[in-house]
Design a binder for this molecule. Sequence first.
Ligand SMILES: Cc1cc2nc3c(=O)[nH]c(=O)nc-3n(C[C@H](O)[C@H](O)[C@H](O)COP(=O)(O)OP(=O)(O)OC[C@H]3O[C@@H](n4cnc5c(N)ncnc54)[C@H](O)[C@@H]3O)c2cc1C
Length: 413
Amino acid sequence: MTNPRKKAVIVGGGLAGLACAWRLQEMDWEPLVVESSETIGGRVRTDEQDGFLLDHGFQVFLSAYPVASEVVDLEALALQRFRPGALVHRQGRTHRMMDVFRCPQHLLGTAWQPIGTLRDKWLVGKLRRKALRMSEEEIAETKDQTTERYLREFGFSEGMIASFFRPFYGGIFLERALETSCRLFLFTFKMFAKGYATLPADGMRAIPRQLAARLPSEAIRCEATVTSVSPNKVTLASGESLEADVVVLATDVDTARRLVPGSGGSAVQWRSVVGLYFSADQSPLKEAIIALNADADALVNNVCVLSDLSPNVAPPGKALVSVSVLGRHEEEGLEARVQKELARWFGPEARQWRPLRTYHIPKALPAQPPNRTRALRTHAGHYFCGDYCETASIEGAIRSGLQCAEAIASKDP
Ligand SMILES: Cc1cc2nc3c(=O)[nH]c(=O)nc-3n(C[C@H](O)[C@H](O)[C@H](O)COP(=O)(O)OP(=O)(O)OC[C@H]3O[C@@H](n4cnc5c(N)ncnc54)[C@H](O)[C@@H]3O)c2cc1C
């Protein structure tokens, strides 16, 4: 007779929880994912509305992510690529800054754009070579400091930092002060140099859906909120108890700390963003590229037209415009203010765009300052995974889920 499989209850059906469950299943465990929302995916979800596919806030999958790209079947996602580079809008004019290593035809054009100096453009090439040569271990050992300080020490001019790095990495770190650790900057810079920013043709939801599809349907329970945990039991809001050999906390960091008091770590600061979607009759960009706002007093940080990338995301004859505004903006009339600003950028037709939906995401990314202490992965018999244990990204969430599963299996006699 074979031994019954060991049971793991995983609290949270985001990417970390799903990756952990899948890996445990591969190692012959019986996982059960318990998710409070009506659907899996956590921060990576997509809504369907009037024929549009709306991700919960603009995000991209970097095709060079080393672990995520191994775990996820990229071909099945039908990844659509952004052009490597950006359009930088500053004081009423738009400048094209391309990755000239991938788009050599833009070498002269990019070199002479008034965004940064010629030396800055040369430094971008130098940084690119450096990041591509660095191993992950070397990046992890780099003197930790803010991205802003790192860029200054590397020799970039104030103009280049203000007009390019603040809006570009502001859109990734969800903060334009560039207070995020330079190690994350180097890692992300390397990912952009090695691969492409992409979106699955069917929206970002395709990533968690693919992981979930590897589990039997009875291994995922949605609309089940966990209210308390012990190392071998979770209790749901309904009062039901679920017993297991192991309990994994795969929630956001705040919930994990609440459910397991004393699990350590200091309170996490969150980076917030508002993602707005508009329907337009025509694409204001007409190409799959990210447009950045370099004006210091700008409300909008970045804009792109997702239907230029993937026709699936909008009904025929319509363009889906995605706009990111950093921070919290709970005030009334945000859409109108955004459209007013975008009219100065794209012309008066921007005022005619139809607002589709606005996603306020106060807890988008845990802040990642330099020298942060790594979150606990185990505490008093509990296991933890989530982006906060690694890096606040799709890669970090998936990695942490896999690492958690490995840690559980390694303790399994
Ligand atoms: C707007 C935005 C833009 C981003 N941009 C990018 C990007 O471009 N590239 C990139 O790589 N990453 C990006 N990220 C980051 C990335 O999406 C996250 O790091 C990752 O999805 C986090 O996954 P997770 O599993 O750790 O956490 P979560 O996705 O937060 O999953 C936690 C899950 O736990 C559930 N849960 C919480 N409490 C309970 C409870 N009591 N009981 C049961 N379930 C519970 C939640 O409902 C949730 O489903 C972005 C994130 C946001 C929000």
